[in-house]
Design a protein around this ligand. Structure first.
Ligand SMILES: Nc1ncnc2c1ncn2[C@@H]1O[C@H](COP(=O)(O)OP(=O)(O)OP(=O)(O)O)[C@@H](O)[C@H]1O
Length: 242
């Protein structure tokens, strides 16, 4: 669906040239789930922003097959509009695109799928962090994106909520099959979610690992532990880029 070739990006910070991404080659198959993992500052957000069209690369090219994909983005913070209730937050992007009745139908369906049906009239300030993030996910999904870009969306959640959101995301993906790119600094999370894990270090891809483990995955499982170990070994002592 999307092919990035030789993507490079630098920033000028106080007269110093900071390289954020170098020679990134990445192909996203339609319907795939890709996790990108790396330590803070390795360029994950910069890469996601370029995929989303929110930033442009200095070098390289992005190609897509057929029509430009509809892109949805979920950030680390829910970024809800505090003066609108849950259902109006989710419906916001559909205004002026669909008639009232179609919007109602789509929003109701998404509220069910994301377990928010009982919260449609709640205001954002009344929601827990996990619930707010669920609304942010619903708001992206209601637009029926071909490509869902997620930038550490569960990083601020407690471990229990994070685990259930991970499982729900996998179920949603299996049911609807959007193409997902999920950025995280948490190797365990990357192995729980991705069909493929892309290892990013200092702006370069230093490894790509196919995770051949059936969903739902088990963080205490032996295969999962082996995958984590292999990824961590690469990230802690980056070898030559692949
Ligand atoms: N707008 C900007 N101006 C200047 N430098 C930037 C800007 N955005 C990012 N950088 C620099 O580019 C590099 C990559 O940053 P990026 O935010 O993409 O990393 P990250 O892996 O997403 O980090 P984190 O996990 O902490 O969000 C870092 O050195 C960062 O300081």
């Amino acid at each position: 669906m999307l092919e990035l070739s030789n993507i490079g990006k630098h920033y000028d910070v106080a007269g110093r040239r900071v390289s954020a991404l170098s020679a990134i080659d990445l192909t996203l198959e339609r319907g795939s789930f890709t996790a990108i993992v790396g330590r803070s500052g390795c360029g994950k957000t910069t890469l996601l922003r370029i995929m989303a069209g929110l930033g442009s690369p200095d070098t390289g090219e992005i190609r897509h097959d057929g029509a430009a994909p509809r892109i949805g983005v979920v950030f680390q913070e829910a970024r809800l509009m505090p003066w609108l209730d849950v259902s109006a937050n989710i419906a916001f992007g559909l205004r002026n695109r669909l008639d009232h009745r179609s919007i109602e139908e789509r929003v109701s369906a998404i509220l069910e799928v994301t377990g928010l049906a009982g919260f449609r009239r709640a205001m954002p300030l009344q929601l827990s962090g996990g619930m707010a993030q669920r609304v942010a996910l619903a708001r992206a999904l209601v637009m029926e994106p071909d490509l869902l870009l997620m930038d550490e969306p569960f990083a601020a959640l407690d471990a229990f909520t994070r685990r259930s959101m991970q499982n729900e995301l996998v179920s949603l993906w299996q049911a609807r099959r959007p193409t997902i790119v999920f950025v995280t600094h948490d190797v365990e999370e990357a192995v729980m979610l991705g069909e493929t894990v892309i290892e990013l270090s200092a702006g370069r891809i230093v490894g790509r690992k196919a995770i051949d483990i059936a969903y739902p995955r088990d963080p205490t499982g032996a295969d999962e532990a082996l995958c984590r170990r292999a990824i961590l070994a690469r990230l802690l002592s980056p070898a030559e880029p692949d």
